[in-house]
Design a protein around this ligand. Structure first.
Ligand SMILES: NC(=O)c1ccc[n+]([C@@H]2O[C@H](COP(=O)([O-])OP(=O)(O)OC[C@H]3O[C@@H](n4cnc5c(N)ncnc54)[C@H](OP(=O)(O)O)[C@@H]3O)[C@@H](O)[C@H]2O)c1
Length: 256
């Protein structure tokens, strides 16, 4: 059985990945901080899908947590770098320690786990690869969150280009997945008020994952699921960068 390691596996988009990959027959390694919740999730997966589900409790903002996941990821077939969080993104209103923690989880963890996972995937030559969960925010300048997700998109594209040029690579793929709004724990954890976000902008988590995996299997370097978000990202490229940054800095930035 192929094995997938998913970070942020206990909630929201990560949990949707876990359900879908379990139903596709993957054995799973579940990563998050809350060990009790990880155990409960793993138990449910074993009972429902008859797959192996391993628990790895780790804080990806710490060296110790990152090192533990680096060790485990070397032998998996699919890595989903999904763990992430939001906070009040307006610069100078966020403690610098929170900004740095965000860069660690969104960028350093993605870098180190991708670096640890790819050599084994290439050597085993069974396909698979890495899905890095970014955001449509990557395409609009809005605080450290957007900047970190822009890094994820650019990093994934760059690594994929390098892999494409590598003669030993047998179909190992790297893709950035860029979701729009999805109902998860993300907004509540960040203290964001999303009541004004119109219904048509909300994506279904299971559908997002299905679309993302379809794009991954087709070899897309970047996946932006949902027609509304493909249009938004296209529009963002047409308007001047300064205007787009000003609009995006104001839009939807409400915190409790
Ligand atoms: N929801 C959206 O609208 C949306 C839109 C665009 C992009 N995204 C991206 O999608 C990804 C998943 O977000 P979500 O909406 O599913 O959020 P969520 O429901 O809040 O789930 C976040 C998951 O990440 C884990 N996590 C958080 N910090 C961690 C850390 N330091 N170390 C290890 N695990 C950690 C959490 O578990 P523990 O707390 O137990 O660690 C949880 O399993 C994120 O990268 C986010 O930026 C979300």
């Amino acid at each position: 059985m192929p094995t997938a390691l998913i970070t942020g596996a206990t909630a929201g988009i990560g949990a949707a990945f876990v359900r879908r990959l379990a139903s596709d027959g993957f054995d799973l390694v579940l990563v998050a901080r809350d060990e009790k919740r990880l155990e409960e999730t793993a138990e449910g997966l074993r009972a429902k899908y008859r797959v192996k589900a391993e628990v790895l409790s780790a804080d990806l903002a710490t060296d110790e947590g990152l090192a533990a996941v680096e060790d485990r990821v070397r032998t998996v077939d699919l890595l989903v770098n999904n763990a992430g969080f939001g906070h009040e993104g307006e610069f100078l209103k966020v403690p610098i320690t929170d900004e740095l923690r965000m860069l660690r989880v969104h960028c350093e963890a993605v870098l180190r786990l991708t670096y640890a996972a790819l050599p084994g995937m290439i050597e085993r030559a069974r396909g698979g690869g890495v899905i890095n969960v970014a955001s449509v925010a990557a395409f609009f300048a809005r605080g450290t969150y957007s900047a970190s997700k822009a890094w994820v998109v650019s990093f994934s594209q760059g690594v994929m280009a390098d892999l494409g040029n590598q003669s030993g690579n047998q179909g190992v793929h790297v893709m950035a997945l860029c979701p729009g709004f999805v109902h998860t724990e993300f907004h509540e954890r960040a203290g964001m008020d999303v009541s004004a976000i119109p219904g048509f902008l909300w994506l279904d988590g299971d559908r997002l994952v299905a679309d993302g995996l379809r794009d991954f299997r087709r070899g897309a370097p970047v996946s932006v699921p949902g027609g509304q978000y493909k249009a938004l990202v296209g529009l963002g490229r047409l308007i001047p960068a300064r205007l787009a940054a000003r609009v995006s800095s104001r839009a939807g930035r409400k915190y409790d």
